[in-house]
Write a protein that binds this ligand. Structure first.
Ligand code: SF4
Ligand code: MG
Length: 331
């Protein structure tokens, strides 16, 4: 069942020297219970896209549609969107400290989420918050209820944010770089916690990150953004084993843990294009080792592969080498 569907999402941000074409016609859908990864380097449009999904972007021209539970989020009034955030869509951000109020106890802040959306008494709200804190692995949750954010470590604060995002059991959680500020061990704990929540509660998770290793562990499908365009969307397994787009292939070679065994980490030469001029050709052409004359002249088609991968590329096999043919006459 499709839970969230973005169609032809275009976000333009007016700036001093023009208009930033932050996303250029991005489409994708997320099924109930699915972990959908969105990856790309910084400046690829990941965060802008996320903010546009939930109406958090200010001063931008947004077109296309984002359908959630049958309603177009881009047309909802601010009040209705606020009602959805928290109860139907939980949000987890990179930096929990800036999202938590320093002078309110964490218990009170999570309980507040319940009170905004439901009529429940203080004791009942407290009971639910304590149970949720326990669930996300906060030891001694009844005591910690009355602690302040600064009394928690970074990893614990991220657990608090997850508790806050999940306390009303929303069908969808959007997590933007939820583990970036954490050390590797805590990162792994947070990821397995999100995975557990998805399995236990059937929560769909949109996970935005530049960390491909993280996505290879948890995502069902992954969308790769480059310069505001969806260059590849594919089931996780095929994307990591056989990237279809030359940019995805280059990104994997450049990321620790994903380059071929024994191979070197190979940074992608060059820099992403300016987003002030929308591209009329392949956005990756200036950095692509496979570029052909047509790539700089015309927009590439979206190719569909047997395993469900789709990639914007002029090459028939994308980054996948064609199967070697047996020469005619050979035994
Ligand atoms: Fe490379 Fe051409 Fe494919 Fe673009 S369309 S990724 S330049 S081969
Ligand atoms: Mg970002």
């Amino acid at each position: 069942m499709t839970l969230l569907e973005a169609r032809d999402l275009v976000v333009r941000l007016p700036v001093e020297d023009g208009v930033v074409h932050a996303t250029q016609g991005v489409s994708f859908s997320v099924a109930a219970g699915e972990v959908f990864g969105i990856a790309g380097e910084s400046g690829s449009g990941k965060s802008v896209l996320t903010q546009a999904l939930t109406g958090l972007i200010r001063g931008a021209q947004v077109s296309g549609s984002v359908t959630f539970q049958g309603r177009n989020l881009l047309r909802l009034a601010a009040r209705d969107l606020c009602g959805l955030r928290g109860s139907q869509i939980g949000m987890i951000f990179q930096d929990p400290l800036s999202s938590l109020h320093p002078f309110h106890t964490i218990g009170r802040q999570i309980a507040e989420v319940i009170h905004v959306h439901e009529r429940v008494g203080g004791a009942e709200a407290r009971r639910r918050v304590v149970a949720m804190l326990d669930r996300v692995g906060i030891a001694d949750p009844d005591k910690r209820f009355d602690d302040y954010p600064h009394q928690f470590s970074g990893g614990m604060r991220q657990r608090v944010m997850i508790a806050m995002a999940l306390v009303l059991n929303p069908p969808l959680v959007i997590a933007d770089e939820p583990t970036t500020a954490l050390d590797v061990t805590v990162q792994a704990q947070i990821i397995s916690l999100l995975d557990e929540m998805r399995r236990e509660r059937g929560t769909a998770i949109v996970l935005i990150t530049h960390d491909l290793g993280l996505l290879s562990r948890i995502a069902d499908r992954v969308m790769i953004l480059y310069a505001g365009q969806r260059v590849e969307i594919a089931p996780s397994r095929s994307l990591f084993a056989q990237p279809a787009h030359p940019y995805t292939a280059a990104l994997l070679r450049s990321s620790p843990g994903h380059h071929s065994p024994g191979g070197e980490i190979a940074p992608i030469p060059g820099r992403p294009p300016s987003l002030l001029v929308p591209s009329r050709a392949c956005v990756f052409a200036p950095r692509c080792t496979e570029a052909m004359p047509i790539c700089v002249a015309r927009k590439p088609p979206l190719r569909l592969f047997d395993d469900g991968a789709r990639a914007l590329c002029w090459l028939e096999d994308g980054a996948r080498a064609p199967a070697p043919r047996t020469p005619a006459g050979a035994p």
